[in-house]
Design a protein around this ligand. Structure first.
Ligand code: SF4
Length: 339
């Protein structure tokens, strides 16, 4: 075994520890802040069709669990003793479930509220977003408006509503330094009502088998674990899009993505497949600039570049960039922090 094999083993170990996606039997509080209704309904009806998380994202999840455990010990050191860790909420008409990280049954004097229980949520945060949050003038507003931290905010709001508490205390730990930020988010009943209405909408779709409209937001859809599988929305990507349906062609592109993830650049089969896939994209899309081509787990994008010649006349050449959707998702997922 050499050093490179150690990394391969680590990747394999993370890949093997992933739990297969399953159909959700309830609306999870941690997902209620997701921007797409269709995604929330699909979780309830076709959750097992999601692509599995990348090994990189699994590693982030595992780190998050470690941070949460150490954060509980940190809180105890400063005299804050959590109760009800991973407590479930009783069944409710909204079919919302979740597990709180901890509860303070009575309002502590330092919080300035007159009653408990106080829901406590612990999250690990990358240094970049931690610094931005620390420096923001209004941390509650920043949490609520952030592209993915808003899901934490929504989760906290739902939890404090279900626990009949006055709000949620977030402990946001910088993953690089271990230093915490504490953010108190008071219960916002108007905001919660929006989430409860949403839960009822989802329940109706689940019951009648319908699906809400597509989100059609490339930045969200590209990260979505249903994208390219049971949900491929017709989106404007700044160019035409083409979705391949021929199984054998999809198989070739998927094989390219599989080899790319395993072998990187130095493999003859990968190089041969890459040439074949790019030619296929050129043949299908022709001379289009910024056009997208989807085949299984791969998205290709074209860019027209002028090739200058001295002896031969300049001509238009189609440059094709292939991206494994799983890899692209892994990168995007890597930005998101979970605990
Ligand atoms: S791909 Fe887009 S529209 Fe479809 S479920 Fe995901 S986020 Fe929603």
């Amino acid at each position: 075994m050499n050093i490179q094999e150690l990394e391969d083993r680590f990747r394999e170990s993370k890949a093997n520890s992933r739990r297969p996606p399953t159909i959700h039997t309830s609306n999870r509080a941690s997902e209620m802040g997701h921007p797409c209704d269709r995604y929330l309904v699909l979780l309830r009806t076709k959750g097992d069709h999601r692509s599995p998380v990348s090994p990189q994202l699994q590693a982030i999840f595992d780190e998050g669990i470690r941070h949460e455990r150490s954060a509980v010990a940190d809180l105890e050191e400063i005299g804050v003793w959590l109760r009800g860790s991973q407590r479930d909420f009783p069944p409710n008409t909204y079919q919302i479930t979740g597990h709180v990280d901890g509860i303070l049954p009575l309002a502590p004097p330092w919080l300035g509220v007159d009653r408990g229980p106080i829901v406590v949520e612990i999250k690990g945060l990358n240094p970049h977003d931690w610094n931005r949050l620390e420096q923001s003038g209004d941390r509650v507003d920043s949490l609520r408006g952030h592209r993915w931290m808003r899901r934490w905010y929504a989760q906290g709001q739902v939890y404090s509503f279900l626990a009949d508490g006055p709000g949620t205390l977030f402990m946001l730990k910088n993953k690089a330094t271990g230093w915490p930020l504490f953010v108190w988010c008071p219960l916002d009943l108007d905001y919660v009502q929006g989430l409860l209405d949403r839960a009822e909408r989802i329940n109706r779709h689940v019951a009648d088998g319908g699906l809400p409209d597509y989100l059609k937001d490339p930045s969200e859809c590209r990260r979505c674990s249903f994208f390219g599988g049971v949900c491929t929305p017709p989106m404007e990507f700044g160019g035409d899009g083409y979705v391949e349906t021929a199984e054998d062609v999809i198989g070739t592109f998927d094989r390219w993505a599989e080899l790319k993830a395993k072998l990187g650049k130095d493999a003859v089969e990968l190089a041969v497949l890459e040439v074949k896939c790019k030619k296929y994209v050129r043949d299908v899309l022709g001379e289009q600039d910024g056009a997208h081509f989807f085949a299984g787990s791969v998205v290709a994008k074209t860019k027209l570049v002028q090739v200058k010649g001295y002896e031969v006349k300049p001509k238009t050449s189609v440059w094709v960039e292939l991206t494994s959707l799983r890899e692209a998702k892994g990168e995007a997922d890597g930005i998101e922090e979970t605990a």
